[in-house]
Write a protein that binds this ligand. Structure first.
Ligand code: C2O
Length: 540
């Protein structure tokens, strides 16, 4: 096992996109940021120096951080942010995890441009559970704004209105040649005829689920969210923000140029979205030189093609033997809702009809503390930062996916945690609601991965739906895209003490309060307890 030392400098960087130069925040001047590649069992030590002008933190998405919650990164949850001019070193081992992870800023909307791949290879000498690919390529899908992302966020957070949608999607930082002024930068993936390559696809977009497809080529899915899956072949995959999917692609077509493309899957009714298409080019090296032919464009599903999404996610199954908890200690039921709160007319009240947007789980709209992080408050017994009365079930039962009375649209604000005993087995029913609009939500749990034992449409019905749970080979994920107007059920064992954020990975929804946190108590002894905080933990 090796310890890898890296330096990340968060800095302003000029980038030319969509016909003009923008100053964006990057890590080390790179967009997307540097790829970290380590092996299962290694440790990472990343010193982050903030040379930008906003507070920032970095999160290692999907890494469990067993007993090292201080390195997890979400601002005001496990640490106070790194202020301009300051630095913080994230130190953590990677234990019994491998696959495609990623890292990203976890401060306001800065994730838009501060992100990169984190690849964990198997231990030296242990093979993949599939034939070794010739090459491996991270494929990072993103969103690009012509405006400064903090001003995009201010629109949603300061004014209480809906934010602008993105101006382009990107593949490895480039919109591709279907956008203006973008053809020279278009990302190219060279292949030799007959080669099989592994694409490590990451949806780093702030706010948009994306379809992904390669013209004329089939994709064999072998991993999702850094957990191996039973291989299956498909033409299209869909990823919610936060999710990763590894696919094998064999260059078995007529030598030539083929577009790799991504476009929105947008399930909310009447909500505006960026309806453009980003492309990269798969280039056969054996294709004739000379004037390159126009690449073939794949036919992507329609923006509202939920049937394709459902068929895709139904095929995801764990590869190996898994142990799904069957005796459940904590039976939780969380509603997911977008709503409004009333406000006094003015600049901070730009939502529809004198309201501000708000979002909630079980009617609680999550508010981050400011004086200390939740983890510090717990570890150092600082009173008045949070309460532990997050409701385990919705305070009111209603027809969740039907027409919801407006009286139920207003959430309550709070910094409420839910306490879990070390080692308890947890089931959470995640129920989308028709508050404002049904919509699929990518819900991410920090510090854990979980089994997705079931999902479906309409209102979850315990008696009807429990018998159909998959307890044999359910997929293991860290982010579940809860179906639009439907539900998903996850299970995990609370074996990692600390404070762990559980939230929608659509950043607008998170900023509106679509999240909560679990407080997992220490078990017995050092091996089941939160390690002490590092000396350089940033102050608030
Ligand atoms: Cu990918 Cu809360 O994070």
């Amino acid at each position: 096992a090796k310890t890898h030392h890296r330096n990340f400098v968060v800095q302003q960087t000029p980038e030319n996109r969509l016909c003009r130069i923008h100053n964006i925040l990057t890590v080390n001047g790179q967009y997307p940021g540097p790829t970290l590649q380590v092996r299962n069992g290694d440790a990472l030590v990343v010193k982050v120096l903030n040379s930008g002008r906003y507070n920032v933190t970095i999160h290692w998405h999907g890494i469990r951080q067993m007993r090292t919650p201080w390195a997890d990164g979400p601002e005001y949850v496990t640490q106070c942010p790194i202020q301009p001019g300051a630095s913080y070193t994230y130190r953590f081992p990677i234990e019994n995890q491998e696959g495609t992870f990623w890292w990203h800023a976890h401060s306001r909307f800065l994730r838009a441009t501060i992100h990169g791949a984190l690849i964990v290879l198997p231990k030296l000498g242990s093979p993949y559970p599939f034939p070794k690919p010739k090459h491996e390529i991270p494929v990072i899908l993103g969103e690009w704004w012509n405006r400064d992302v903090i001003s995009v966020q201010r629109l949603a957070i300061f004014t209480g209105g809906a934010p602008n949608v993105s101006d382009a999607y990107t593949i490895n930082g480039q919109p591709g040649d279907l956008y203006r002024c973008s053809s020279t930068g278009t990302t190219r993936f060279p292949v030799q005829s007959g080669d099989t390559i592994l694409l490590r696809v990451i949806n780093a977009a702030l706010n948009q689920q994306l379809f992904f497809k390669v013209a004329n080529h089939r994709l064999t899915v072998v991993e999702a969210d850094a957990a191996y899956t039973k291989p299956f072949t498909t033409s299209t995959i869909m990823l919610g923000p936060g999710q990763t999917t590894n696919v094998l692609l064999t260059a078995d077509q007529t030598p030539g140029r083929y577009y790799i493309a991504a476009r929105a899957y947008a399930s909310a009714q009447n909500a505006p979205f960026d309806n453009t298409t980003t492309t990269a080019i798969l280039e056969y090296q054996s294709a004739r030189r000379g004037v390159p032919s126009r690449p073939i464009l794949p036919q992507l599903p329609a923006f509202n093609d939920t049937a394709t999404v459902t068929a895709f996610s139904a095929q995801l199954k764990s590869l190996g033997k898994v142990e799904v908890p069957t005796k459940i200690d904590e039976n939780l039921f969380f509603t997911i809702g977008l709503g409004f709160v009333n406000c006094a007319p003015g600049p901070r009240c730009q939502g529809p009809n004198n309201t501000r947007f708000a979002a909630s789980m079980n009617n609680v709209s999550f508010v981050l503390p400011r004086r200390a992080s939740l983890l510090q408050a717990y570890y150092q017994n600082i009173p008045g930062i949070f309460t532990t009365d997050f409701p385990p079930v919705p305070p009111i039962k209603f027809n969740y996916t039907g027409t919801v009375s407006r009286a139920l649209w207003q959430p309550r604000f709070g910094t409420k945690l839910y306490k879990l005993k070390f080692g308890s087995t947890v089931q959470i029913v995640l129920q989308d609601t028709g508050i404002f609009s049904t919509e699929d939500h990518p819900i991410h749990l920090h510090g854990y991965h979980f089994f997705v034992v079931g999902q479906g449409f309409g209102n979850f019905n315990r008696r009807r739906d429990t018998p159909s749970f998959n307890l044999i080979d359910p997929p293991v994920r860290n982010t579940i895209d809860v179906p639009v107007g439907g539900w998903a059920v996850i299970r995990f064992v609370a074996d990692n003490p600390g404070v762990w954020l559980f939230h929608c990975h659509i950043d607008t929804h998170l900023a509106w309060g679509l999240g909560m946190s679990f407080l997992v108590e220490n078990g017995i002894g050092k091996s089941q307890s939160v390690s002490p905080p590092p000396a350089d933990l940033p102050p608030c």
